[in-house]
Design a protein around this ligand. Structure first.
Ligand SMILES: [Zn+2]
Length: 396
C-alpha cells in the first residue's frame, strides 16, 4: 500500500508525543511540522528560512569574491602539496555534488586530487559508471576501499532491528571514517567535499537523520542487535575526525562549491556534456539502499520526507518554485512497483525475508534518544562551530 505524501496534511502514519502539535507548513519553503521542533514567525516563515536570510546568505559569496578566495586556497593547497603524488583527497559517491567538486578541483582549480571511493556493497551501476567516466575524463587516480560485506550487512541489520530512522548510518559512517582514516594515515592536509549551501542550506533535522559520526550510538546499536564483530569496518568517532584529525593531524576541510555558482541542474548538464555522466532522478539515489531508505523507510514508517529539506534548499536558492515543490511532494517519490521491487532487493541482500522486513516496518518506531549517544557533547561542538562561523546551517 502506498501512502500519498500530501503537501498540506500531516502524512505521518505514526504519532509520537512530539508530533501531536497542529499541522503547519512554512509559507516560504516546504518544511513543516514533520520536523517537531520547527518554529514559525508571525509571517508563517520557518526558522530554516530565517536562518538562511540572516545567517547563510550574508556570508555566502559565490561571485568574484568567492572566486578570489577559492583560488587563493587552491594556491596554498598546491604549494603545501608540492612533491606529493596528490595535493588533496576527495571522497566521491558518484552523486552530483561529489562528482562536480572533483571536476572543479581538477579542471578549474588545477589541483591534483586523489579520488577516494568507499564500496559499501550498494553501488548502483550508474554510480560506478559515473565515477569511472569522471576519473578517465580528468585522468585522476582512484582509490576504492571495499567494506567487508559480512560486517556491513550485520551492522545494517542491527540498525533495521533497532527501528531507528537513520538506517543509513552504517553506510554514511563507513564513507566518512574510511576517508578520514585514510587521509590521516597518508598525511593528506586537505579534504575537499561537495558539501554546499546551494542544495543543502536546509538540513534535515536530527530526528530524521541523526549524526552518522556518533560512534557511541553506532556501537550501542551494534552491541544490542549485531552478531558479527566489527573487525575491519571503518570506524571514527566525531571527536576523532572533528578534533584530533583537524587539530593534531592538521587536516583541513574545504568546501569549494560554496565559493562558486553551483546550480544542480546546470552542474549535472555540464558533467553530462563533458564526461557522459548520467543524471539521477533524485538527489542521493546513487545507491539502491539510499533509494529504499529515502523513498520508502523514512516516509512510510516515520512520515519523514527528505525531499522536503532538499526542495526547501532549492526554493531558497531559487532553483525550484514552491508550487513545483508542493506538487512533487503531493505524489510519492516512487511508484508502487519500484517500491515493491526495492523492498525485495533490500530484504534479500540483508538476509531478511520480505515478511520479516515488513514486520520491522510495522514495528514500534524508535529514535536516537532510545540508544546511547553523544548528542550533548556534539551539540556543544556544534555551538562552538556556529559561534565561530564555520557551521552556519541549523543542526538540531
Ligand atoms: Zn521555511
Amino acid at each position: 500500500m502506498v501512502k500519498v505524501m500530501d503537501g498540506r496534511s500531516t502524512p505521518s502514519p505514526v504519532e509520537t508525543a512530539t508530533q501531536k502539535r497542529a499541522y503547519r507548513l512554512c509559507q516560504n519553503c516546504v518544511m513543516d511540522t514533520s520536523d517537531s521542533n520547527i518554529v514559525f514567525d508571525s509571517r508563517g516563515w520557518c526558522d530554516y528560512c530565517n536562518n538562511y536570510y540572516s545567517n547563510i546568505l550574508p556570508n555566502w559569496h559565490p561571485d568574484e569574491r568567492g572566486d578570489a578566495e577559492i583560488r587563493s586556497i587552491a594556491d596554498r593547497i598546491r604549494f603545501e602539496g608540492r612533491g606529493r603524488d596528490h595535493d588533496c583527497i576527495i571522497g566521491v559517491s558518484g552523486g552530483v555534488d561529489s562528482s562536480y567538486v572533483t571536476y572543479v578541483a581538477a579542471a578549474k582549480l588545477g589541483l591534483r586530487p586523489l579520488v577516494f571511493h568507499v564500496d559499501a556493497g550498494w553501488n548502483s551501476q550508474q554510480a560506478v559508471n559515473n565515477i569511472e567516466r569522471l576519473i578517465d575524463g580528468l585522468r585522476l587516480d582512484l582509490h576504492t576501499e571495499v567494506v567487508d560485506w559480512s560486517e556491513m550487512q550485520d551492522l545494517q541489520r542491527a540498525f533495521f532491528l533497532a527501528q531507528v530512522p537513520h538506517i543509513d548510518t552504517p553506510q554514511d559512517h563507513a564513507f566518512f571514517a574510511a576517508l578520514y582514516n585514510f587521509a590521516a594515515k597518508h598525511r593528506f592536509k586537505y579534504v575537499l567535499t561537495g558539501a554546499n549551501y546551494s542544495t543543502e542550506c536546509v538540513r534535515e533535522p536530527l530526528e530524521w537523520h541523526y549524526h552518522a559520526s556518533d560512534l557511541r550510538q553506532l556501537m550501542d546499536i551494534h552491541r544490542r542487535f549485531g552478531k558479527v564483530p566489527l573487525r575491519t569496518f571503518p570506524l571514527a568517532g566525531i571527536f576523532r575526525f572533528k578534533v584530533y584529525y583537524r587539530l593534531v593531524k592538521g587536516i583541513r576541510v574545504v568546501k569549494p562549491l560554496n565559493y562558486i555558482p553551483f546550480f544542480k541542474e546546470a552542474a549535472m548538464q555540464e558533467l553530462a556534456d563533458r564526461f557522459s555522466w548520467q543524471k539521477y532522478a533524485h538527489k542521493h539515489y546513487e545507491s539502491r539502499f539510499t533509494r529504499f531508505y529515502e523513498g520508502y523507510w523514512l516516509p512510510m514508517k516515520f512520515g519523514y520526507d527528505k525531499r522536503r529539506a532538499h526542495f526547501s534548499s532549492l526554493i531558497l536558492t531559487k532553483q525550484m518554485t514552491r508550487s513545483d515543490a508542493l506538487d512533487r511532494l503531493s505524489r510519492p517519490a516512487f511508484d508502487e512497483e519500484t517500491i515493491e521491487h526495492d523492498l525485495e532487493y533490500v530484504a534479500n541482500k540483508l538476509d531478511f525475508t520480505v515478511t520479516e522486513l515488513k514486520q520491522i516496518m510495522a514495528g514500534q518506531n524508535k529514535s536516537y534518544h532510545d540508544y546511547r549517544n553523544s548528542k550533548t557533547l556534539i551539540d556543544f561542538g556544534t555551538k562552538a562551530l556556529r559561534a565561530s562561523g564555520v557551521q552556519r546551517a541549523i543542526i538540531r
